[in-house]
Design a protein around this ligand. Structure first.
Ligand SMILES: C[S@@+](CC[C@H](N)C(=O)[O-])C[C@H]1O[C@@H](n2cnc3c(N)ncnc32)[C@H](O)[C@@H]1O
Length: 366
């Protein structure tokens, strides 16, 4: 059984991430009233020194521009003239060029940068498994659709590519890794957050009805990933070992798992002052499947869905391929894989899609 640091996680580059993932922006837009409520609960007169927020796991920053604009607007009303710093943080392999260009208004994305005289973006390559800023400096932490990426892959899964299809000892190893990682994330934030501050985390989850990303009643998207790779094994296109190495280093917590360290008075997180204010789960429909229902355009559906899927799993699947294969061969396998998925959708579109299933939580620091 091989383990692997989760350092192959990269979204599509050059701003393509935000262009391909309309659904992720919908998720952030839905979270925005919750973020504004959290902001409204902060007592700025207690610490007039300046406001600092962080968007952790921000990718190219395109999907959160509007949310951050809303935060800065409301901040002006709540504490006129207060200096604001927005820390955009992601792991070092992220496309920081795209992020900087998008936030600085050098692309077609509508950035907030010109609209606020006293708001400054800063960019950090710190993983959310590390402390990114000094103790007691953050007023507001936001993160969307990012913390399902584990700090490392605890093991490969023998008969699936994702923990949602794992069982027994392998699932147990993923659950243990995820529990430790969740505590690490929370403890880093507990140090960074000021007393009285808030955190809004929007994370993929398995909800109380057993739904999760791409599995809300139609075709299970992760089973489709798996089936196509198994076809590739049968066709001799990839080896079993390569397939095993494609195990995605992700975990989708259920609600109990998210709440456990925040509600247990004996836990490190609770003792560090973190409290769960509230949590709810929501399903945000796949925008491409919705459009297909409305217009029946199957080509547009397949052309939209496959890039959004590809934007987050291609780097992991590609890294599973044997490095002894020439780069051109590896590229061809990946192209053929997504072409095969595209054809499945074209041939029988009904039930495909990637509905988002998230836990939205607000956490305060005492
Ligand atoms: C699906 S994107 C979400 C981007 C954006 N927050 C959104 O909701 O549209 C996931 C992001 O998490 C980042 N990520 C994964 N592991 C990370 C880590 N350990 N620390 C910081 N960011 C991480 C990835 O690089 C990627 O940019």
């Amino acid at each position: 059984m091989s383990t692997q640091q989760a350092d192959n996680i990269t979204m599509s580059e050059g701003g393509l991430y935000s262009l391909a993932t309309k659904g992720a922006k919908d998720v952030i837009d839905i979270a925005t009233p919750r973020v504004l409520d959290a902001l409204g609960a902060i007592n700025f007169s207690a610490d007039p020194g300046g406001f600092m927020m962080a968007d952790m796991g921000c990718a190219d920053g395109g999907t959160s521009l509007e949310m951050i604009r809303s935060v800065l607007s409301k901040l002006q009303q709540l504490a006129p003239g207060l200096d604001a710093t927005v820390v955009y943080a992601d792991q070092p392999a992220n496309d920081f060029n795209a992020l900087v260009n998008i936030v600085h208004g050098r692309t077609a994305f509508d950035s907030w940068i010109e609209e606020f005289e006293n708001a400054w973006p800063l960019f950090s390559g710190s993983s959310f498994y590390l402390q990114a800023v000094p103790d007691n400096t953050l007023d507001l932490v936001f993160s969307a659709t990012a913390m399902h990426w584990l700090s490392k892959k605890p093991c490969n899964i023998t008969d699936h590519v994702h923990m949602v299809g794992a069982s027994g000892e392998e699932l147990e190893q993923f659950a243990t890794q995820a529990r430790e990682d969740w505590e690490t994330i929370l403890m880093c934030r507990a140090r960074e957050l000021k007393s009285g501050s808030r955190m809004v985390l929007v994370n993929f989850c398995r909800d109380d009805s057993g739904r999760y990303l791409g599995n809300t009643g139609g075709i299970n998207m992760f089973d489709t990933f798996n089936e196509i790779w198994r076809e590739f094994i049968e066709l001799g296109r990839v080896t079993i070992e390569e397939y095993h190495n494609m195990t995605l280093p992700q975990y989708y917590h259920n609600i109990e798992e998210f709440c456990a360290p925040l509600n247990d008075p004996k836990s490190n997180c609770y003792q560090a002052g973190l409290r769960l204010d509230n949590i709810e789960t929501r399903v945000v429909p796949c925008p491409f499947a919705q459009q297909f229902k409305a217009d029946g355009d199957v080509t547009a559906f397949a052309d939209g869905l496959i890039p959004t899927v590809r934007s987050w799993n291609q780097s992991i699947f590609a890294a599973g391929l044997d490095m002894d294969r020439p780069q051109s061969e590896r590229n061809q396998i990946i192209e053929d894989y997504y072409t095969s998925y595209h054809q499945r959708v074209l041939q029988d579109p009904e039930g495909h899609g990637m509905d988002y299933v998230h836990a939205y939580m607000t956490i305060s620091k005492n």
